[in-house]
Design a protein around this ligand. Sequence first.
Ligand code: ZN
Length: 120
Amino acid sequence: MTAPGTPTCPECSGPQMPDHPGGLLEIRHLITCPLLASEDATKAADYERADRRMAMVRAATATELLLIEAFGYYPPDPQITGYDSDDHPVREPAVTVTYLTPGVRRRTWTPLTRTEPTTP
Ligand SMILES: [Zn+2]
């Protein structure tokens, strides 16, 4: 049973887990949900490339941006996520990844603004 007003996955209607330490996009997806496959791949990639003792900023994935929009927010602010071949900074909507414990990844977004007021 999903509490009224709980954001859900636009693909599988799985509910957000609002108190999850991982942040906004922790969703109880159906095992067959294509967004779950994408999110799992991102989680594995984050685990591979992050130094888990410090925060990592990377470009948000298409799936993360889709979920943020589905949950009623504008995309996160662009941050420098790398440098192009001419050494110019590349700015993209970004996410900060930190590890609360070696197995618990937290994603934060700075800042997220709602596209419309929430209804109580
Ligand atoms: Zn889903």
